[in-house]
Write a protein that binds this ligand. Structure first.
Ligand SMILES: Nc1ncnc2c1ncn2[C@@H]1O[C@H](COP(=O)(O)OP(=O)(O)OP(=O)(O)O)[C@@H](O)[C@H]1O
Length: 738
């Protein structure tokens, strides 16, 4: 029906009036023969003068531009005939060819000009003044333009985002279309951001059978890698098969089992009896888990000779630091002298950092060159400040880079180029996932020592594995667990309430003597949000002298009235409203404005940053890094963000990696500390309202912690100790190493 109502017009593109590079929206002038010149609008990416096109669509009237033809579908043919070919080449569609060169090419080769460019560019040297090098470059540029155009058409035909064209072209070059036709599932990856169901639809569109082995294998691999996001390092075979069958809409588990066999034969996945399960791993994770277990078991066996005068040395360190270690702390320092690897664990205020500084001083005395590291930028910064020397993120220590060719991380330091350090101390180890632990361990020289410090009750790593917890529970790695809360820390209601919550007891919400822990009862979501805004805007800055930029609002959830998305809008409005002269830019649902606090939400290893004086530069801004927008330049389309001294320029294509950060989820705040923290405790799905989330939120606050919400919700969080089960074989593997 609709098809019949559409008009069909044929013509040659005269001029391209407007073209949006991101979505392909184009306005062009078409020479439609008898019908004369008409204006066509629609998605016609890469259109260039001289092309012949057939458009189907309907007429409409634009308020300011008048009569226009809106194209629903477009058939495109390369220009034919000397005139059209000249127009096309002279339009600048092919880099390196302008009007003068276009004229010479058409004079020499006539209607064959485009075939020559595509297939025999060396023949262009017949034209006076064109060198072989230039001829080949023109041929190359023409093929690029041709390839890009075909690719854009292919994406448009299958309702896929046109922005994929450039990254795909970078990855697969001339072969992109061929590669995609052969395996549409290659589109599903984090960088490209295509969903599995979109790629699957493309595959089925192209005639792939529902039970095609390629489809089954793609489904299985997707389920396995998707589950890394849930923290699993493997999936039990029966769960994997059931989940994949559902994903692909299949009933026949046996055929799916054949797909799994094929992946195993090729070594892409490994199946092994682990921790009482038929565990199926992606190869890299299997390898990482085995490596970590083997290496840590070996390191744990090493008994090293402590310095002869250890007692005297520790006494001297105590004098230097002006304290006397508690027995548990002293044994931690002694253990570090004797073991190649050790774990130092404990809750807030139990003296982990103080002991860590003791270990560092002892290593110094022993002449060991020690590197300090933590999983996030903020945690590294704090560690460095507390220890009085530079601390690195683990990624930076290993000099991590992203290889776009393989889509994997590469570490400059590994087995072949180990770190020079004699010892590495890692803080906030609960955030280290299995892959990062593998990378770290493989960069340690054979005799390098390792001290892992952390609190296993914090939320586990975002990435796969349950590393710190598994190591502790395996009992294989020498461990000191600090349990005593120091007097100074015991005066803090933040510390005491954190411990209560961890034991499953309600925090004391109504202690009028508490100076750093408050509860504001609000049961209506709008009132919760209003109270939080008021605290940020006036009460804390004016009454407690805490400036807005040192307050962090947390919520268990992104959604709902008290979720981070909505809170960010209200807080931005209150503390950084629009003003004449203050630059801002809308991006999707966000407005980015000069002065806003923002967070980088993906690891990006290719972003270049500059230091304060512009002399220092480096690569990489990571998931969870927080910065402030210092400039929004709408003319050059650049937003400049200062990440605590490292300045980065974001172009529009990078903005999806940035989010407002007045309010962030508790998960995103892991590993960071703030002077004041406000927690919204009202909305959230049960799986988000957990004891771990509440405990982690409380322990993010240094001076002041305020809960705004409902006591019932707080009680619900304390009672909900449902630790989401993570499938991980590390503990079992450690136990099994001979
Ligand atoms: N042996 C000690 N004698 C007296 N005070 C101590 C001792 N050890 C630690 N403290 C004090 O106890 C408090 C907590 O110590 P520390 O910061 O080392 O703990 P932590 O476990 O790292 O805490 P958090 O995880 O909250 O940072 C600090 O004020 C510290 O000065």
């Amino acid at each position: 029906m609709e098809e019949e109502q559409l008009n069909c017009i044929e013509g040659t593109v005269e001029a391209v009036i407007y073209q949006n590079e991101e979505n392909g929206y184009t306005v062009l002038r078409l020479d439609a023969g008898d019908q004369g010149g008409i204006t066509v609008v629609g998605c016609i990416p890469g259109a260039a003068p001289g092309e012949s096109i057939t458009v189907r669509g309907s007429w409409m009237r634009h308020a300011s531009y008048g009569e226009q033809f809106k194209a629903e579908t477009v058939d495109r043919r390369m220009p034919a005939g000397e005139r059209a070919i000249f127009d096309y080449l002279a339009s600048g569609a092919v880099r390196g060819i302008g009007a003068a060169t276009a004229r010479k090419i058409v004079e020499e080769f006539g209607g064959e000009a485009l075939t020559v460019l595509e297939e025999h560019p060396e023949q262009l040297t017949k034209i006076h003044g064109i060198t072989r090098k230039r001829a080949l470059a023109m041929g190359e540029n023409f093929r690029l333009q041709l390839g890009m155009r075909r690719l854009l058409e292919f994406l448009g035909d299958h309702q896929l985002p046109l922005q994929l064209a450039m990254p795909l072209y970078r990855r697969y070059g001339d072969r992109t279309l061929e590669v995609l036709r052969a395996n549409p599932y290659l589109l599903v990856d984090e960088e490209l951001g295509v969903r599995f169901d979109q790629a699957d639809e493309l595959a089925l569109d192209q005639g792939m059978e529902g039970d095609d082995p390629q489809r089954l294998e793609a489904g299985l691999l997707f389920e396995l890698s998707h589950n890394l996001n849930n923290g699993h390092t493997f999936l039990p075979r029966r769960k994997l098969l059931a989940a994949t069958a559902q994903l692909l809409g299949l009933e026949d588990l046996e055929t799916l089992g054949d797909g799994l066999e094929a992946l195993m034969e090729r070594g892409e996945v490994i199946q092994e009896e682990t921790a009482g399960e038929e565990a199926v791993y992606l190869f890299d994770l299997y390898e990482a888990e085995c490596f970590v277990a083997q290496r840590l078991a070996e390191m744990s066996r090493e008994e090293l000779l402590p310095p002869e005068d250890m007692d005297r040395v520790i006494d001297r360190i105590q004098r230097d630091q002006g304290i006397t270690y508690a027995p548990q702390q002293r044994s931690a320092v002694e253990l570090a002298a004797r073991s190649q690897v050790m774990l130092l664990t404990g809750g807030p205020g139990t003296g982990k950092t103080t002991s860590l500084r003791g270990v560092l001083a002892l290593f110094d005395h022993m002449g060991l060159d020690t590197a300090l590291a933590a999983p996030t930028g903020r945690a590294a910064k704090r560690l460095g400040e507390l220890c009085g020397m530079e601390a690195y993120t683990i990624h930076r220590l290993l000099e991590t880079q992203f290889d776009p060719g393989t889509g994997k991380l590469v570490f400059a330091h590994d087995e072949s180029e180990p770190l020079k350090a004699d010892a590495v101390i890692v803080d906030e180890t609960s955030m280290v996932d299995i892959t990062l632990m593998r990378a770290l361990l493989s960069a340690l020289r054979g005799e390098c020592r390792l001290v892992l410090v952390g609190d296993p009750d914090q939320l586990p790593s975002v990435g796969p594995g349950n590393v710190l917890s598994d190591l502790i529970r395996s009992g294989r790695v020498p461990t000191v667990r600090l349990t005593e809360i120091f007097r100074q820390a015991a005066q803090s209601a933040i510390v005491m309430n954190a411990h209560s919550v961890n034991r499953g007891e309600l925090p004391d919400l109504h202690n009028s003597a508490a100076k750093d822990f408050f509860f504001l009862r609000r049961t209506d979501p709008v009132r919760v949000a209003d109270t939080i805004v008021e605290l940020c805007k006036t009460r804390l800055p004016e009454k407690m002298g805490i400036p807005a930029d040192q307050i962090q609002v947390l919520s268990p959830t992104r959604r709902h009235t008290t979720g981070t998305a909505s809170l960010n809008r209200s807080i931005q409005e209150a503390v950084n409203p629009a003003q004449p002269g203050k630059g801002e830019r809308r991006f999707g649902e966000y407005i980015f404005r000069e002065g806003d606090r923002v967070m980088q939400v993906r690891n990006n290893y290719d972003i270049m940053w500059r230091g304060k004086d512009n002399t220092d530069t480096g690569m990489g801004i990571f998931n969870g890094d927080i910065g402030v927008i210092v400039k929004v330049d709408n003319r050059d389309e650049v937003i400049t963000v200062d990440f605590e001294g490292r300045t980065v320029e974001y172009t529009p294509d990078m903005l999806s990696e940035l989010e407002p950060a007045y309010a962030v989820t508790v998960h995103k705040a892991q590993g960071s500390e703030y002077r004041a923290v406000i927690l919204a405790a009202l909305d959230g799905a049960p799986m988000l309202l957990t004891r771990g989330v509440l405990y982690t939120a409380i322990t993010r606050a240094r001076e002041l912690f305020i809960i705004v919400g409902d006591e019932g919700k707080v009680a619900q969080m304390v009672a909900n100790n449902r630790q989401q089960r993570r499938y991980s074989g590390l503990r079992a593997r450690l136990a099994a190493v001979e």
